[in-house]
Design a protein around this ligand. Structure first.
Ligand SMILES: C[S@@+](CC[C@H](N)C(=O)[O-])C[C@H]1O[C@@H](n2cnc3c(N)ncnc32)[C@H](O)[C@@H]1O
Length: 430
């Protein structure tokens, strides 16, 4: 089913986006200069690679780029413009902490100055149906939301998700959650993409609905609900058309008040008389007794009529997704994270990225220890998918060579060794 959706043309003028962002986030410095990707930078594919046939385009290839992401994103804009299906990032939250194994302290304006151009470049990489998911905590969530509204457009916001990252209690209030902000390139375009129903592995949580058929209805299993019938007829307006009586035994309908056995009179039925007649004729009403003994009705909705909806819930509380698991995930494949605190748990990222297609290209340009790459491999192993991961992380604390690359190699082994891996770095052209 295709629906025509009216939407404003996407904003492509950088100056306008910048102006909007500046107005939205008053802290955005007026002297922000746009860091154009450096033409003197080059993407160098290193000799380190694993897999059987790197030249075979059909094979799944994951790429790890060691670079300041501003340059990597600039280069990816040449090679992957509008072709990334999903971006997940976990940028420095600006907690002010000095013990995380990477820089996490900025003046708020400098944090925005840092994030702004990277998010604009990221937007350009997204396919029309693409989306971006960003982990963040309360330090910067308010500024990030304004920034995202300015860059992606408020109507393209998909959801604000809550991730329960820990359970322990601190004094006063234990803040046990962080956020995942989800924005789309064009909200209307991701709807059919994310709602594909014939692929059982696309979504984490199917909206579970129980259908039964206690009366052997020839139309098959049904559930009763307060909702309108599928035709959407019968909007409530008030007036004479809503003032009638129904005989719950015979299904007979009469205008105005009728008293007697089985008759119920209301002046404000949910459906106009004509609609109610059809509902009764179609055998869609189910009468039941409320707690106070009064009779009420619900409407049958058949499984066959329901659009199959699957979606992720916006609150994530599973124990396997909590922060403490991140370190265990690394240790489990023989990689010691050392001073790198708070690698994200694989299950959390796996849960999030399953919204994308089984052959999606998934980018993480604050890759840290490479959890997103690990999650992509684990998901591919679980469902036979062919997702590709592109990871970018800086050489900060030598993390890329010390942790990310070894982790990806171990994760590849641990998940059955599918998908070639290549490592690249960005350096000045000679
Ligand atoms: C919060 S950590 C991400 C952790 C990651 N999700 C994981 O599970 O391991 C942020 C990472 O981004 C890296 N980073 C910070 N600034 C960067 C930049 N400009 N370009 C690339 N990576 C950067 C940091 O070194 C750090 O490893």
């Amino acid at each position: 089913m295709s629906r025509k959706v009216k939407r404003p043309p996407p904003e492509t003028n950088l100056a306008n986006i910048f102006e909007r962002a500046r107005k939205a986030c008053l802290a955005l410095p007026p002297d922000l200069t746009w860091p154009e990707p450096d033409p003197d930078k080059n993407l160098i594919i290193e000799d380190v690679s694993i897999g059987e046939d790197r030249e075979d385009e059909e094979r799944v290839s994951h790429m790890l780029i060691e670079s300041d992401n501003i340059h990597a994103l600039g280069l990816l804009r040449e090679t992957h413009r509008q072709s990334v299906d999903l971006i997940y990032i976990d940028p420095p939250y600006n907690t002010g902490r000095l013990d995380l194994g990477y820089r996490d302290r900025w003046e708020p304006a400098d944090w925005i100055r840092f994030m702004f151009p990277r998010l604009v470049l990221a937007r350009d990489l997204l396919a029309p149906h693409g989306a971006i998911m960003i982990s963040i905590d309360d330090n910067e969530v308010h500024r990030l939301k304004l920034l995202m509204d300015a860059i992606f457009g408020g109507p393209n916001r998909v959801a604000g998700m809550i991730w329960q990252c820990r359970t322990f209690m601190r004094s006063l209030i234990s803040e046990d959650h962080e956020h995942v902000l989800v924005y789309s390139r064009h909200r209307a375009d991701i709807v059919p993409y994310w709602s594909r129903k014939d692929e059982p592995t696309w979504f984490g949580k199917r909206v579970r609905r129980e259908y039964v058929n206690p009366d052997d209805d020839a139309r098959g299993p049904w559930r009763d609900c307060k909702c309108k019938p599928p035709s959407g007829k019968g909007k409530k307006k008030g007036g004479d058309d809503y003032d009638y009586s129904i005989n719950t035994g015979t299904g007979e309908l009469r205008r105005g008040a009728v008293t007697g056995d089985g008759w119920i009179h209301r002046i404000d039925w949910e459906y106009v008389l004509g609609t109610m007649v059809s509902l009764i004729e179609e055998g869609r009403l189910v009468w039941y007794k409320k707690k106070n003994g009064a009779l009420d009705y619900r409407v049958k909705r058949f499984a066959a009529e329901e659009p199959e909806i699957s979606c992720l819930g916006s609150v994530m509380t599973e124990a396997q997704m909590m922060t403490a698991r991140g370190k265990d995930d690394l240790l489990a494949i023989g990689v010691d994270p050392g001073d790198f605190k708070h690698a994200k748990p694989v299950k959390l990222i796996q849960h999030l990225i399953q919204v994308a297609a089984p052959d999606a290209t998934i980018l993480d340009f604050f890759a840290g220890t490479g959890t997103t790459g690990h999650a992509v491999m684990a998901l591919n192993a679980a469902d036979g998918g062919a997702r590709k991961a592109i990871l970018v992380t800086s050489g900060e604390n030598d993390i890329c060579r010390r942790l990310t690359w070894p982790r990806l190699m171990s994760a590849r082994n641990a998940t059955g060794g599918t998908g070639d891996l290549i490592m690249a770095r960005v350096e000045d052209k000679k």
